[in-house]
Every structure is written in structure tokens, then in C-alpha cells.
Design a protein around this ligand. Structure first.
Ligand code: ADP
Ligand code: MG
Length: 216
């Protein structure tokens, strides 16, 4: 039987009083699934991810992670307690921390912290970047580091918000292959927001469209 990792019921959100940026969203995501959400700019994709992450509170509806309620009007489990990894297009890395320290950042104090970070550096083939700083590495390398960092605390799932949009198209294709292998190999649950149809096709197991605040 499939294990539901994320359940969204009747979720609506408005940034101001007279316009809904999300309209009665219902969604189930199973463990190990890679869901992509595509739609035009301004349709509410980032808003949905922000609500799931706990960065916004819903106007109506509920969100459950592993069957535990995390959001409803007037109630919100803080982002750091939701155990979700998130990668966005920009402002991905801490500029004052080395690549190694960036990856370690979200790992709770534990004896195998170093091993977790080394395994991720190895998995993403970025061992040699360990002691560099974000301004010393390329865009593609930054996205690998950001992905490694999002996976470091062993999150319930990871969310990618246009994470690859800034990369040029040759680079994208090779990154997709590598990332897909990692997602499949580790059975990572992924929610991917993109306006790139090719990216959605390659990386996801289920594709949904969004328009004007509604999931279609
Ligand atoms: P997408 O990620 O699909 O481009 P967003 O979720 O960012 O769309 O935006 C959905 C709608 O909410 C848009 O109309 C946008 O202008 C509005 N919006 C987004 N963020 C804010 C905010 N912080 N304050 C007010 N309105 C916002
Ligand atoms: Mg967006």
C-alpha cells in the first residue's frame, strides 16, 4: 500500500483580502513519488510551496505531513519542525560558509554528521569543492550543493522551486540525469515546481498543471 507523506485539503490562501492566490487545493503525495507542478508565472506555484513549508498560513484548509496536521487557519507548525528540504533558484547558499559547512548546516548534532556530509559530497560528485566558498564555484555546482544541503537532514520530502531555471540548457540536461539517478537510488519524495516541460517530463513521476490558483 502507498504511504501518503503529504495531504492537502481544501487549501486556500490570500495575501490580501480581496484576491485568492490559491483556491481550494486538494492534493495527496505518496512516499517516493516525484510530483511536478507546472503553470504560468503568478499562478500560485511558489505560494503553494511556501504554505507547505510553513512560511505562510492558510486562509482556509489544512496540510498534513505524515498524517500530522501542520497547517490550518490560525495554526502552524514552524518550518524548522516540518523536516522539509527546499531548493530555490537564487539565494541558495550561505556566502560566508564553505561548501562543506553549507551542507552540514541543517544536520542536527550527531556523531555521524561528518559522514553524512562526506557521503553527500560523494553522491553529488563535489568532493573537491568541500573547502571552497559559494562565490568560487559555478552555477551548476551551486545547484548540486543546494540539493545536497536540502537532503542532508534526511527530510520527509524535498521541494524544488524553479531550482534549475538559471542554468543554461546543456548543463540542465546533464544535471537532470545525475539528479534523477540520485532521487531514484535514494527513493526521495520530490515536489518540483517549474515552467520547463522538459524538466517536468524527465524528473517527475506525475505531472500536474496549475492555473490561476487552481490545481488542474
Ligand atoms: P508563481 O510562483 O506561480 O509565479 P506566486 O505564488 O509567486 O506565483 O504568486 C501567486 C500570486 O500571489 C501572484 O498574483 C503574486 O503577485 C501574488 N503574490 C506572491 N507573493 C506575494 C506577496 N508576498 N504579497 C502579495 N502578493 C503576492
Ligand atoms: Mg514562483
Amino acid at each position: 500500500m502507498n504511504e501518503v507523506i503529504l495531504k492537502i485539503q481544501n487549501l486556500s490562501h490570500s495575501y490580501d483580502d480581496n484576491r485568492l492566490s490559491l483556491k481550494k487545493i486538494n492534493l495527496l503525495v505518496d512516499k517516493g513519488e516525484r510530483l511536478s507542478i507546472q503553470g504560468p508565472s503568478g499562478c500560485g506555484k511558489s505560494t503553494l510551496l511556501r504554505l507547505i513549508a510553513g512560511l505562510e498560513e492558510p486562509h482556509e484548509g489544512q496540510i498534513f505531513i505524515n498524517e500530522e496536521e501542520v497547517s490550518s487557519p490560525g495554526f502552524s507548525v514552524p518550518p524548522e519542525k516540518r523536516q522539509i528540504g527546499m531548493v530555490v533558484q537564487d539565494k541558495a547558499l550561505f556566502p560566508h560558509l564553505s561548501i562543506y559547512e553549507n551542507i552540514c548546516f541543517g544536520i542536527k548534532k550527531s556523531t555521524d554528521k561528518e559522514q553524512i556530509a562526506l557521503d553527500l559530497l560523494n553522491l553529488f560528485k563535489i568532493e573537491e569543492l568541500k573547502n571552497k566558498f559559494p562565490h568560487q564555484i559555478s552555477g551548476g555546482e551551486k545547484q548540486r550543493v543546494a540539493l545536497a544541503r536540502s537532503m542532508a537532514p534526511n527530510p520527509n520530502f524535498i521541494m524544488l522551486d524553479e531550482a534549475f531555471s538559471a542554468l543554461d540548457s546543456d548543463l540542465k540536461v546533464s544535471i537532470y540525469d545525475e539528479v534523477l539517478e540520485i532521487f531514484q537510488g535514494k527513493n526521495i519524495t520530490v515536489i518540483l515546481v517549474t515552467h520547463d516541460t522538459e524538466e517536468a517530463k524527465i524528473l517527475s513521476t506525475r505531472q500536474l498543471n496549475m492555473d490561476n490558483g487552481e490545481l488542474l
